[in-house]
Design a protein around this ligand. Structure first.
Ligand code: NAI
Length: 480
C-alpha cells in the first residue's frame, strides 16, 4: 500500500508506458468515452463498490477508469494467470494524475504469469474494500469471483470447508484452501458480503453458463446480468475479436507461416466462426469439428469441411479449441499429431486440451522455447508446440482483442453495472439480459467512428413493419 492505494502488480515504473497505451485505446473506445460524457457529471455509480475479475489489459484499464469516473470505488484482478498486461495494471494503480512514488489510482492485484496459488490469493483480495467492507457488485469474466462468494457462503452455512476429493483438480483444491483460510479468520465473511451484493455482470459464455446453472438449481445469491448475450457483445467480441487476436497470438508465439497449412478449429460457435475466418484470411485450409448439427451445417455452407478430429490428427498443422467444453483434444490424440504441430486454446478454461494427460505420457519432455510457448518432445523424437499451457492463447501469447471491439463489450458492462446500482429493486435472484434498446444504443455509439450512415425509417415504414421509428428494430428472438 502506497499513498493509501493497495496493490500487487509487477512494477509501477511501467505505468508511463501503460498510460500512453491507455490514451491511444481511449480514442478507439468511443462507447466507453461517450458513457463518460453522458454520466461523468451525475456520477450515478456513487456509492458502488465494484469487484472486477477480468483480464487486466489496456482495454480493461479504460473500463476501470470509466467506472471510477462514474463514481464507483473499484478493485480489480485478472481472470487468467497469463492475461495481464503489466504496464496497464501499473497505470491503473498509479492513475491518470499520480506518479509511481505517489499512486492515486485503483487497487489492482494482477501480474502476468501468476501461479494458481497467487491467482486465488488475488481473487480473495478483490473483496477486501476499505474499512472491512465487501463489494456491492461483481464484474466477472468466467465466474471465478462469483464462484468464490457462492462456495464461501455454502461452506460457512455448513460450518466447514470440505477436504478436497482425490479427483479434484489442483485449481479447486486452491479454492478450498483460500476459503478455509478466510473462514478460519472470520466465519461469516462471505455470508455478510453476499447480502450486500446487488448482482454480478458476467462477460463470457462459460461464466454465463455457470450463472444459469446456479439460477436453475435455486442457488444464485444475487442478480446476474448476462452481458455475453447482448448482441453487441457475443456477435462482435467473440467473433471479430477472435478473428483479430487468434492470429496475433499465433504469430507472436510461433511466427509460423499460416498460408497453405491445415488448420483444425474445434467448435464453430461465435468464437469458432471468428477463428475460422481468421485463419482462412491468412490462406490456411480450415476444417471444423462440431457436435451441434446447426453449427456444423453453418460451417458446411461456408465451404468449411466438417470432420472428425481423429481423421485429421496426422495431417493438421494448427489445432485450435473454441468449444467452452472440456476434454476436446486428449493426450493420446496429441501423440498422433505430426512433428511440430501447434496446439492452442481460446475457450475460457484450460481443460479443453488435456494438459494433465500430456504431462503424464512416459518419457515426455517439456522445453520452454519462450514464456507461454512450449515444445513437448515425445520419446519417439517428434514434438508438439503448445501455446499458453492450454490457456487462452490470444491473451497469453498476445494482448487479447483490440480496443474497438472491447468498447462494445465494456459499454454493455458499464450499462449493466448502472442497471444494478441505480435500479436495485428491479433485479431478483435470476439471470437477465439487457433490453434490446440498450444493445442498439451500444451499436449506435460505435457507428460514427466507422463512418456509418444509417438510413432512417419513415413513420409509414416503421408502422408497416411494426416497430418504433427509434427502435428497437427487431423482436427479442431475432438472431442476427
Ligand atoms: P458457443 O456456445 O457459441 O460455441 C461453442 C461451440 O462449441 C458450440 O457450437 C458447441 O456446439 C461446440 N462444441 C461443444 N462441444 C464440442 C465438442 N466436443 N467438439 C466440437 N465442438 C463442440 O460459445 P462461444 O461464445 O463461441 O464461446 C466459446 C468459448 O470461448 C467459451 O469458453 C467462451 O467463454 C470463450 N471466449 C473466449 C474469448 C477469448 O478472447 N479467447 C472471447 C469470448 C469467448
Amino acid at each position: 500500500k502506497i499513498n493509501g492505494v493497495e496493490f500487487a502488480v509487477a512494477d509501477l515504473s511501467l505505468a508511463e508506458s501503460g498510460r500512453h497505451q491507455i490514451r491511444l485505446a481511449e480514442q478507439e473506445m468511443p462507447g466507453l468515452m461517450a458513457t463518460r460524457r453522458e454520466f461523468g457529471v451525475a456520477k450515478p455509480l456513487k456509492g458502488a463498490r465494484i469487484a472486477g475479475s477480468l483480464h487486466m489489459t489496456v482495454q480493461t484499464a479504460v473500463l476501470i477508469e470509466t467506472l471510477v469516473e462514474l463514481g464507483a470505488s473499484v478493485r480489480w484482478v485478472s481472470c487468467n494467470i497469463f492475461s495481464t498486461q503489466d504496464e496497464a495494471a501499473s497505470a491503473v494503480v498509479v492513475g491518470p494524475h499520480g506518479t509511481p512514488d505517489k499512486p492515486e489510482g485503483t487497487p489492482v492485484f494482477a501480474w502476468k504469469g501468476e501461479t494458481l496459488e497467487e491467482y486465488w490469493w488475488c481473487t480473495d483480495q478483490l473483496f477486501r474494500f476499505e474499512g472491512g467492507q465487501g463489494p456491492t457488485a461483481i464484474l466477472d469474466d468466467g465466474g471465478d469471483a462469483t464462484l468464490l462468494v457462492h462456495k464461501g457462503v455454502e461452506f460457512e452455512a455448513a460450518g466447514a470447508v470440505p477436504a478436497p476429493g482425490e479427483n479434484d483438480p489442483e485449481e479447486y483444491r486452491l479454492v478450498l484452501r483460500t476459503l478455509a483460510e478466510s473462514i478460519a479468520k472470520d466465519g461469516q465473511r462471505f455470508t455478510r458480503m453476499a447480502k450486500e451484493i446487488l448482482g454480478v455482470t458476467e462477460e463470457t459464455t462459460n461464466g454465463v453458463k455457470r450463472l444459469y446453472k446456479l439460477a436453475t438449481d435455486g442457488e444464485l445469491l444475487f442478480a446476474g446480468i448476462n452481458v455475453n448475450d447482448s448482441v453487441t457483445k457475443s456477435k462482435f467480441d467473440n467473433k471479430y475479436g477472435i478473428r483479430h487476436s487468434l492470429i496475433d497470438g499465433l504469430n507472436r508465439g510461433t511466427d509460423v507461416m499460416i498460408a497453405g497449412k491445415l488448420a483444425v478449429i474445434c467448435g464453430y460457435g461465435d468464437v469458432g466462426k471468428g477463428a475460422a475466418e481468421s485463419l482462412r484470411g491468412q490462406g490456411a485450409r480450415v476444417v471444423v469439428t462440431e457436435v451441434d448439427p446447426i453449427c456444423a451445417l453453418q460451417a458446411a455452407m461456408e465451404g468449411l469441411p466438417v470432420v472428425d478430429l481423429n481423421d485429421v490428427l496426422a495431417d493438421g498443422d494448427i489445432f485450435i479449441t473454441t468449444t467452452g467444453n472440456f476434454n476436446i483434444i486428449m493426450a493420446g490424440q496429441m501423440a498422433k499429431m505430426k512433428h511440430n504441430a501447434i496446439v492452442g486454446n481460446v475457450g475460457h478454461f484450460d481443460n479443453e486440451i488435456d494438459m494433465a494427460g500430456l504431462a503424464k505420457i512416459p518419457g515426455i519432455k517439456k522445453v520452454e522455447i519462450k514464456p507461454q510457448v512450449h515444445e513437448w518432445q515425445f520419446p519417439d523424437g517428434h514434438s508438439l508446440i503448445v501455446l499458453s499451457e492450454g490457456r487462452l492463447m490470444n491473451l497469453g501469447n498476445a494482448t487479447g482483442h483490440p480496443s474497438f471491439v472491447m468498447s462494445n463489450s465494456f459499454t454493455n458492462q458499464t450499462i449493466a453495472q448502472l442497471e444494478l446500482h441505480t435500479k436495485p429493486g428491479e433485479y431478483g435472484k435470476e439471470v437477465y439480459r439487457l433490453p434490446k434498446h440498450l444493445d442498439e444504443k451500444v451499436a449506435r455509439l460505435h457507428l460514427d467512428a466507422l463512418g456509418v450512415k444509417l438510413t432512417k425509417l419513415t413513420k409509414e415504414q416503421a408502422d408497416y413493419i411494426g416497430v418504433d421509428v427509434d427502435g428497437p428494430y427487431k423482436l427479442d428472438h431475432y438472431r442476427y
